[in-house]
Design a protein around this ligand. Structure first.
Ligand SMILES: Nc1nc2c(c(=O)[nH]1)N[C@H]1C(S)=C(S)[C@@H](COP(=O)(O)O)O[C@H]1N2
Ligand SMILES: [Mo]
Length: 388
């Protein structure tokens, strides 16, 4: 048997010229790329913002105002991410013949070629990773071992860095591509759809991806968004993120002997649910805004956290640690920073939309505070401890 020669193999590998779709080329790539660049930029900034809202850095204190802020930033983050999927696919399709360019002959050019390919490789890998891990997180499927939040953030920096390098290197080509007319097609290569058709197609695909999901956070689009992960329905007209059963909290939460523990320094106190209900009640309309992009307003009634900690002698601006009946998982506890405790809308809620909380919404009592990421709106609360 004769082994194939290197030249024979090389002949079989396609060349960029073999891809004849007339719709490819800088005019298409630059337009789709610009849209993708803008979407990635917005996604990056709102993503960074989400990290700040989880644990605000000392130099940027984030407070309870405006109440709807996280709802908007996180809704935008997830929406731009989803809209990016068709853009990224078409962008990759429009340039992939270049993958088959033969390496240049000159040594110096070879080095540049390797550098360019490596940087694009990093960008493509990071972009694909961000969109896939983000989408999987939305559907709450974690087929990986690593921490989603930390990895999604770290790779975001890689992606945005590689993107900036890519834009800088390609600026002349981008300019030329944006300047070139969409109509202007080389007559030699005439198969496939026109550039205009491809651009229209990707706009429609991206728009559909957006409209079919964004109703999970934009109320008047709820009925249209059939692919939204949470359609807005659920017990008491509010979606449930994790059920009491999934959290392993059912038994403790339905125990009639429940008492809430309040602690501050050496002082402590316990209150039954009836005693909580006899304290002065406040009612506020506040959203649950989940990191997964869905959000929904609801009317909550309960005791202001500042009133509760006053019972054990703690001042209103104290930091409060919230502990739930859930025994495992990252969200079983949370911290309420002083700014939030100081806000009278920060409640230990007993009622939702005019009824006692359902078990899945956190019965016997749960935290609800303005401008607070959903994961920190702790359900099935058993203890509030003032940090001293
Ligand atoms: N103890 C506990 N509280 C929790 C969670 C949890 O897993 N455990 N999930 C949080 C998340 S991610 C969200 S979005 C909100 C959703 O509240 P809901 O299910 O009442 O709509 O609850 C939060 N409270
Ligand atoms: Mo959430």
């Amino acid at each position: 048997m004769r082994l194939p020669r290197v030249e024979d193999i090389e002949k079989r590998i396609p060349r960029p010229e073999d891809f004849t779709a007339r719709s490819r080329g800088p005019a298409t790539t630059a337009r789709v790329g610009t849209a993708l660049g803008i979407a990635f930029g917005i996604c990056f900034l709102t993503g960074l913002w989400s990290h700040f809202q989880y644990s605000s850095p000392g130099w940027l204190p984030i407070g309870p105002n405006p109440a709807w802020l996280y709802r908007v930033t996180q809704g935008t983050h997830v929406a731009t991410g989803i809209a990016s999927v068709p853009l990224l696919l078409v962008k990759l399709w429009s340039v992939y013949p270049r993958f088959f360019l033969r390496p240049p002959k000159a040594r110096r050019d070879q080095l540049l070629d390797v550098l360019e390919r490596a940087s694009i490789g990093v960008l493509v890998a990071a972009a694909i990773f961000q969109l896939t891990s983000g989408l999987l997180n939305i559907v709450q499927w974690y087929p990986w071992e690593f921490s989603f939040r930390r990895t999604h953030e770290a790779v975001a920096w890689v992606a945005i860095g590689a993107l900036l390098v890519h834009i800088a290197v390609k600026l002349p080509v981008i300019r030329e591509g944006l300047g070139a007319s969409v109509e202007d097609e080389t007559p030699v290569h005439s198969d496939g759809p026109s550039r205009r058709a491809v651009l229209r197609g990707v706009t429609v695909a991206s728009g559909l991806a957006l409209v079919l999901t964004v109703g999970q956070t934009v109320p008047f689009l709820r009925k249209v968004s059939v692919f939204g992960v949470r359609d807005g329905g659920g017990p008491q007209d509010l979606p449930v993120n994790r059920t009491a059963r999934a959290a392993g909290a059912t038994r403790a939460a339905s125990d009639p002997a429940f008492v809430l523990q309040l602690k501050a320094g050496g002082r402590s106190m316990s209150l039954t649910r009836d005693e909580l209900a006899k304290l002065p009640q406040r009612t506020h309309r506040l959203p649950i805004a989940c990191v997964e992009g869905w959000s929904r307003n609801a009317v909550w009634t309960g005791v202001a956290v500042q009133d509760l900690i006053a019972l054990v002698g703690a001042p209103s601006g104290s930091t409060v640690i919230v502990r739930s009946m859930q025994t495992r998982g990252a969200f079983r506890t949370s911290e309420l920073p002083g700014d939030f405790v100081d806000d009278p809308r920060t409640l230990l809620a007993l009622e939702l939309n005019g009824e006692p909380l359902s078990l899945d919404h956190g019965y016997p009592c749960r935290i609800i505070a303005p401008n607070r990421p959903g994961v920190l709106q702790t359900k099935w609360v058993r203890e509030l401890e003032v940090r001293t």
